[in-house]
Write a new protein. Structure first.
Length: 398
């Protein structure tokens, strides 16, 4: 089964990829995408099994990128220490170490700060009766939250956001030389800044996440400077892009389903379930980083050859009728939260609890603060950004 480029279901920037996802799941559920040069899984059961299968390797995927683009690029050096591109014992040891610094207690402690930041920003925006949800609100919020967690001075946060944009561009399912060059420039500048900040934290620790990572230790092991720098970059890149898009996509889902919006306004305690349904219904990350098969593996009746890449179309798996009844229905009271939007298995997203907290606080504040919130449909634009789905522009009036 083939698709012209502008309808390829591995290109999530289109306004509504879900009819294509349904077609693909019915007709070719384990799909070879020439666009991504990878097998794409569309059924929930296949995807879940694959994400927990140790016969696939992220390290081997990064090796393939080195072969393609060269071994000395700053962005690939960064990624070589990222959790997302590690396997096995090294991955689990690093994840356990970082998890100590990124605990539920730390996330709970920052919730009041997130709420205060959201309220302050909406106070600034309210008098104009209009805003671009992405540019004016969802874009700065996640980077500011991560910056607050890490102790980054407020004056430096705008340039960090710009560097993160360049890094995210180079993390796509499909990577071009131009994307990698932009990633290199951003990664080099970001790394220089983070190493300087790390030196300050070593000599003068404080109650922030970078200091906690410096102090983290398990069974005599601690994080190296390279690992702390890489993890900090990961938190910015993954948390910034995902949360920004989740806020936009979640708000759109509510505004296009007025009965569900009214339901949330009358029962704000539904916000946690509502955000889980937003994640299932229209996930901001439409495909995890690919993995390489380390041996021949059969998935869904297809033979995946050793050395071939595999990924998941998360949006397709999240709307699999074999897993979710009436999957195209947006229901904020749905209690089945077994979506794949934060992945599953070893590479389950470490920052999931922070993304959830930010989205819950931001979206609830928007719909409670502005009862007449409406989309300016003619001016909204989806963003095409590799495996990430979201908005370039989402204007609203209130």
């Amino acid at each position: 089964m083939t698709f012209p480029d502008d309808r390829d279901p591995t290109l999530p920037g289109v306004a509504d990829p879900y009819p294509l996802y349904h077609l693909l799941r019915r007709e070719d559920p384990v799909h070879w995408s020439s666009f991504a040069n990878a097998w794409m899984l569309t059924r929930h059961a296949d995807a879940t099994a694959y994400l927990q299968d140790r016969r696939f390797s992220r390290v081997a995927f990064l090796d393939a990128m080195r072969t393609k683009f060269g071994d000395n690029q700053p962005i690939l050096k960064f990624q070589s220490e990222e959790l997302a591109f590690l396997d096995g014992e090294k991955h689990m040891r690093l994840k356990n170490l970082v998890g100590k610094a990124f605990s539920p207690q730390r996330i709970a402690a920052i919730r009041p700060w997130i709420r205060a930041a959201v309220d302050a920003r909406l106070d600034e925006l309210a008098p104009s009766h209009r805003m671009d949800v992405i540019r004016d609100f969802a874009y700065p919020l996640p980077a500011n939250v991560i910056s607050q967690l890490l102790g980054v001075p407020e004056a430096d946060r705008a340039k960090l956001r710009a560097w993160v944009d360049g890094i995210v561009l180079s993390r796509g399912l499909v990577r071009t030389s131009e994307m990698m060059e932009e990633g290199d420039r951003s990664a080099a500048a970001f790394e220089k800044y983070l190493r300087e900040l790390l030196a300050k934290r070593r000599s003068n620790p404080s109650d922030d996440l970078m200091s906690a990572m410096i102090a983290a230790e398990e069974q005599g092991a601690s994080l190296s400077e390279d690992q702390i720098v890489s993890m900090t970059e990961t938190l910015f890149a993954a948390g910034h892009a995902t949360t920004r898009s989740l806020i936009g996509l979640g708000l759109i889902a509510l505004l296009r389903h007025p009965d569900e919006l009214a339901r949330l306004r009358s029962n704000p305690d539904l916000i946690a379930d509502a955000v889980e349904e937003m994640l299932r219904y229209d996930p901001p990350t439409q495909a995890p980083s690919p993995q390489v098969a380390m041996e021949d593996v059969e998935i869904g009746g297809k033979l995946i050859r050793k050395g071939q890449m595999v990924s998941v179309l998360i949006g397709a798996a999240n709307r699999d009728p074999a897993r979710f009844p009436d999957p195209d229905r947006f229901d904020i009271g749905r209690r089945d939260h077994d979506h794949l939007s934060f992945s599953q298995g070893p590479h389950y997203c470490l920052g999931a609890s922070l993304a959830r907290a930010e989205a819950q606080i931001a979206i609830l504040a928007l719909v409670e603060r502005f009862p007449r919130l409406r989309i300016v449909e003619r001016a909204m634009r989806y963003q095409i950004a590799g495996r990430f789905r979201g908005f370039e522009s989402l204007p609203v009036e209130f």
